[in-house]
Design a protein around this ligand. Structure first.
Ligand code: ADP
Ligand code: 5GP
Length: 206
């Protein structure tokens, strides 16, 4: 196909793309991302570092790199993080090493970050396209049911997550795509459609 294109024109998908998935806690970001990764070998997940303790089924190096506060400080001082934030008293950050070399290899990187992190990544000057996707459950009631049903937070932490969720929803206008996660399969197919379309974008190149 390359030989058919006029000079100075390329498909965006010839280079690595960062797909950033944000949205309130309980929207289903982790569930959607694990299904996407299982289906598309060109997608790799950016494993964040966090000072939050692991949940029962979380695996170090797969879901997060679980680090001490001192280790997080060290990574920050070394400039090893592309962006970071504090959320519910714990710190979370995106290691450069999870994103930059993979984009350079032509892989597409999927990130699960909160809203401020998503916007920071867009402005991080990665030199690769950064696509912002906001995931929502079908209703507020369902959001509450999912966070509660996951059973990973006590009542006070849950209420705080819902307070943050209200604020996050107000940031939807800064995003490029809005995906409703009513049924998991449908939500995954919607995000896959975005990924395919972004890869087929016509772009000018040097
Ligand atoms: P997030 O990563 O956005 O916080 P999770 O992926 O952990 O959200 O999902 C929160 C809870 O909702 C989990 O218990 C998950 O199994 C459930 N869940 C995710 N998607 C759906 C869906 N489409 N329908 C019903 N439950 C869902
Ligand atoms: P959780 O504790 O539910 O795993 O994550 C809490 C919030 O932190 C979620 O909104 C998640 O998207 C966000 N998060 C996870 N990793 C990062 C990161 O590296 N950077 C930022 N900014 N947010 C993150």
């Amino acid at each position: 196909m390359r030989d058919l294109l006029p000079p100075g024109v390329a498909l965006q998908g010839e280079r690595g793309i960062a797909f950033v998935i944000a949205g309130p806690s309980g929207a289903g970001k982790s569930s959607v991302i694990s299904a996407l990764l299982a289906r598309d070998p060109r997608l790799v997940f950016s494993v964040s570092v966090t000072t939050r303790p692991p949940r029962p089924h979380e695996v170090h190096g797969r879901d997060y790199y679980f680090v001490s506060a001192a280790e997080f400080d060290r990574l920050l001082a070394e400039g090893a993080l592309l962006e970071w934030t504090e959320y519910q008293g714990h710190r979370y950050g995106t290691p450069k090493s999870e994103v930059v070399p993979r984009l350079e290899q032509g892989l597409d990187v999927v990130l699960n970050v909160e809203v401020r992190g998503a916007l920071a990544l867009k402005g991080a000057g990665l030199g690769h396209p950064v696509v912002l996707i906001f995931l929502v459950p079908p209703s507020w009631e369902e959001l509450v049911r999912r966070v509660r049903g996951r059973g990973t937070e006590d009542e006070a932490a849950l209420r705080e997550r819902l307070r943050i969720a209200r604020h996050e929803l107000s940031c939807i206008p800064a995003f490029e795509y809005l995906v409703v996660n009513d049924e998991l399969e449908k939500a995954v197919a919607r995000v896959e459609a975005i990924i395919q379309a972004e890869r087929m974008r016509v772009v000018r190149c040097a």
